[in-house]
Design a protein around this ligand. Structure first.
Ligand code: PEP
Ligand code: MG
Length: 570
């Protein structure tokens, strides 16, 4: 029966495919006891299945290529480690030979035992590893049943319907042919969403009912641009889908003609478009689309999903690749922004902060781990020998923090000089404006920085006191708030009067619909995800800068969201 549902759009695109449900519950296996005679045969069956699972993982590892190969590779290595864990293996053998359970049931019992241990741990890292355990056990179980686990998890044309989706799963699913993902929970500002956009994999979040309604093999239509999800679409839906598909094809052809066009308004004002990047793929795309540079490189991607921290050499090579990839255009490297929604596994971020969003995150965390921060600064300075680099500091809230960063940058330069290392002399320093106190207090630290970049994702969260990842508060979480617009207008005016470049690098700048509003308020430097760069360029090229600036006062007189949106609609 046709059911239309709505979730939150997280990575645009449309897809029509077959449902593949992934439920989080444990393996459903009936209890089976065996006789003493059956033990050797059952042990053999079990070990063959373990070997098959190992071979599958190695095979997958070898087939990996492209920008996300390293990240996904680490995830697979972890699965191999779980599979080789003596605790898992001894327990399984014991359950079959002493407990006299069939191999499948022994697998279920051992999974439940280990899952209980993982869940009881205080360490978030280990707790989150329960999901990995389930993946591994699922793989072995499929091998016992002589089913191909990868084919089961994702076939060409499947749309994965699941509870949650982890960033490192996305590339593997896509390479298996999954055409879209619909998850019951998650935020469009999460790292999974950012990564899905990099992969151009349609992703809808928050469609919780679908998990209850959908069955494997149902037809599903997804419009991840609007968040619309239709189960068992009817003839009218399919017609609409094919029309949308044709429209998207036409639009893409039209947009691709803008690759080499200047980002200039109708009345001749040049606007700079920088790209936000997380992966090499993003960098290549930014370059190909004619971005003016990288406005935000989120370095925490190098630190997530692993237990050991990347050392100076690994970081240097990643940053140098980035600089070389942009071939002389400026690259803005943001220092580590771990904490809150970006919890890492290395033990750096605190496990149980009462208010993680107000806790040890961003530059606070870096300053609390000076040797780690110095390592990162040294790596960035070394990469700056290969092209223009700027350092951007996240979550700044006061002058003292910027002073501490300036001192550490100097210490990093001195230590590189002492080591006889090559490094870039001229590296500009910028502060991210994400905390309201920093937004209001820019004049207090402006002498210490060369530019600022407004992180509207966090600024909205802190200005409006609305958690950026809170699903039921998503209607309150919007940059279309009169106070937010006034604050932005003041920042842009301050920057213009004092000759300080002010960019916006939050998602707000990625939406073409916001272009008239941001131009009216006085923004000249946009930093946005490459996936919407051409649309934003098109909106800028269609805008009359002078007339928008003249309409700024009427925009700033709006008292509510409706008033702002009415202004935009005009
Ligand atoms: C922001 O807060 O707007 C931002 C760009 O940083 P992130 O989304 O990585 O927190
Ligand atoms: Mg932020």
């Amino acid at each position: 029966m046709r059911r239309a549902l709505r979730g939150q759009p997280a990575s645009r695109g449309i897809a029509l495919g077959r449902v593949r449900v992934r439920t989080p519950q444990a393996l459903a296996v009936d209890e089976r006891r065996i006789t003493a005679d059956e033990v050797p045969g059952e042990i053999l069956r079990l070990h063959r299945a373990l070997d098959t699972a190992r071979q599958e993982l190695h095979g997958l590892r070898e087939r990996l290529h492209g920008a996300l190969a390293q990240e996904v590779g680490e995830f697979l290595d972890l699965h191999v480690m779980i599979l080789d864990d003596p605790e898992l293996l001894h327990g399984l053998d014991d359950l079959v030979s002493t407990g006299r359970y069939g191999a499948d049931y022994a697998l279920k019992l051992q999974r439940d035992r280990l899952a209980a241990v993982f869940e009881g741990m205080h360490d978030d890292y280990f707790r989150s590893r329960r999901e990995d355990l389930d993946h591994v056990i699922g793989r072995v179980h499929a091998a016992l049943q002589q089913r191909n686990h990868d084919a089961e998890r994702g076939l060409a044309g499947d749309i994965l319907v699941c509870e949650t989706i982890a960033p490192q799963e996305l590339a593997e699913l896509q390479s298996q042919g999954v055409v879209a993902v619909v998850a019951a929970s998650g935020s469009p500002l999460s790292h999974s969403a950012i990564l899905a956009r990099s992969l151009h994999l349609p992703l809808v979040l928050g469609a919780a009912e679908l998990l209850a309604l959908a069955n494997d093999g149902d037809a599903l239509m997804v419009d991840a641009g609007t968040g619309e999800v239709v189960l068992e679409p009817d003839a009218g839906d399919l017609k609409r889908y094919h029309r949308r598909q044709a429209d998207i094809g036409r639009e893409q052809a039209q947009l691709s003609r803008l690759k080499r066009q200047p980002t200039r308004t109708l009345d001749g004002v040049d606007i700079r478009l920088y790209a936000n990047a997380e992966s090499r793929q993003d960098v290549a795309e930014a370059h190909a689309l004619g971005a003016d540079g990288i406005g935000l490189y989120r370095t925490e991607f190098l630190f997530l999903q692993r237990r050991e921290l990347p050392g100076e050499e690994e970081q240097f090579l990643a940053y140098r690749d980035l600089v070389l990839g942009m071939a002389g255009r400026v690259v803005t490297i943001r220092t580590l922004d771990l904490g809150a929604d970006k919890a890492d596994h290395s033990g750096l971020t605190l496990r149980s902060e009462p208010n993680p969003a107000l806790g040890l995150r961003g530059v606070r965390l870096s300053l609390a781990h000076e040797p780690l921060f110095l390592t990162q600064l040294r790596a960035i300075l070394r990469a700056a020998a290969y092209g223009p680099v700027r350092v951007l500091v996240p979550m700044v809230c006061c002058r003292e923090e910027v002073q501490a960063v300036v001192a550490l940058l100097e210490a990093a330069r001195l230590s590189l000089r002492a080591d006889g290392r090559q490094y870039g002399e001229r590296v500009e320093l910028g502060a991210m404006i994400e905390v309201p106190a920093a937004a209001l207090g820019v004049p207090d630290f402006i002498d210490l920085v060369d530019f600022v970049s407004v992180g509207t994702n966090d600024l909205v969260q802190y200005l409006l006191a609305v958690d950026r990842g809170h699903e039921s508060l998503s209607s309150l979480y919007t940059p279309h708030h009169p106070t937010m617009l006034r604050l932005l207008a003041e920042l842009f005016t301050y920057g213009r009067r004092n000759g300080v470049p002010v960019a916006v690098c939050g998602e707000m700048a990625s939406e073409a619909a916001n272009v008239p509003l941001l131009l009216a308020l006085g923004l000249r430097d946009f930093s946005l995800h490459p996936s919407t760069l051409l649309e934003v360029r098109r909106a800028i090229r269609a805008a009359d800068h002078g007339s928008l600036r003249r309409r700024a006062q009427s925009l700033l007189r709006a008292h509510d969201r409706a008033g702002i949106e009415k202004w935009l609609a005009r």
